[in-house]
Design a protein around this ligand. Structure first.
Ligand code: TMP
Length: 253
């Protein structure tokens, strides 16, 4: 069997050349990292859960007309996506204060923000993904003004969609990060939601108890990450009713 071509290996995913031009296979690894990979562990089952959760959110976004790079899930750990050029920004939307904004501005974690706040970080691991302003983005040509208008509108639509989906299953969407891709169609470019949407890239708190159901469980050593992600998948109906044995998640289909 021919060996497929690896395009890129990231901290949580590996990208391979897809079966057709313009496609990529995204393989979800079990690796968990935090603090710019200073902390690292392998959490059995995480990749499977993130693959199916990201599929669920990307399909839902597609259904409300938010374009994404997602094409189809291939198997437990892989999905086929459209190849795109990644805008070098991490787009963060915050509904409640937590994490870096709490530290930076001295706001207690859990404080509801007056309105969703959108922040941009420059994607550069060597620099630790620093927070940047639209002035930097324009001056260094990372995105045009039209792109920034579109990115803001996409980010807020994703926020409304995800907030509603999570609230319906008793989970508060505290904040999340998305990445944006450019796809070219003839002379035109279109922006799409790329990368992944999963508990790795969101903060998710149980509405009643405040229990954390996201990667902070790993970052802050709060217990089993697989249990937390399985709970999210179970509530969203993408896991079977019988809880899987720890570290052995099972798909519905
Ligand atoms: P922060 O509070 O650490 O800035 O994180 C904000 C959100 O972005 C949170 O949901 C976690 C997510 N995030 C990532 O997906 N990747 C990252 O590298 C970081 C630092 C945060």
């Amino acid at each position: 069997m021919a060996r497929r071509k690896k395009i890129y290996e990231g901290k949580a995913k590996t990208l391979y050349e897809g079966p057709e031009p313009g496609t990529i296979v995204q393989y979800f690894k079990d690796d968990a990292t935090a603090f710019n990979a200073e902390k690292h562990d392998v959490i059995e089952g995480k990749g499977v859960l993130n693959n199916i959760l990201s599929e669920f959110f990307m399909l839902g976004l597609g259904q409300i007309g938010v374009p994404t790079h997602f094409l189809k899930r291939l198997n437990m750990r892989e999905q086929l996506v459209r190849s795109c050029e990644i805008v070098p920004l991490e787009v963060i939307v915050r509904n409640y204060a937590a994490g870096s904004i709490s530290k930076r501005l001295g706001i207690d974690e859990g404080t509801q923000l007056p309105r969703p706040i959108v922040e941009y970080c420059y994607k550069d691991d060597g620099l630790g993904d620093p927070l940047v302003t639209e002035e930097h983005i324009a001056a260094f040509g990372w995105a045009s003004q039209q792109d920034m208008d579109d990115i803001l509108s996409l980010a807020l639509r994703v926020n409304d969609f995800l907030s509603g989906v999570f609230l319906a299953v008793g989970i508060r969407l505290v904040d999340f990060k998305i990445e944006i891709g450019r796809v070219y169609e003839g002379d035109f470019q279109r922006l799409v939601i790329a990368d992944e949407i999963s508990p790795d890239s969101c903060r998710l708190w149980d509405v009643k108890t405040g229990q954390k159901l996201d990667k902070d469980v790993f970052r802050r050593d709060l217990g089993s990450l697989t249990d937390a992600y399985s709970e999210v998948a179970r509530r969203l109906g993408v896991m079977p009713n019988n809880p899987p044995a720890p570290g052995k998640p099972t798909l519905v289909n």
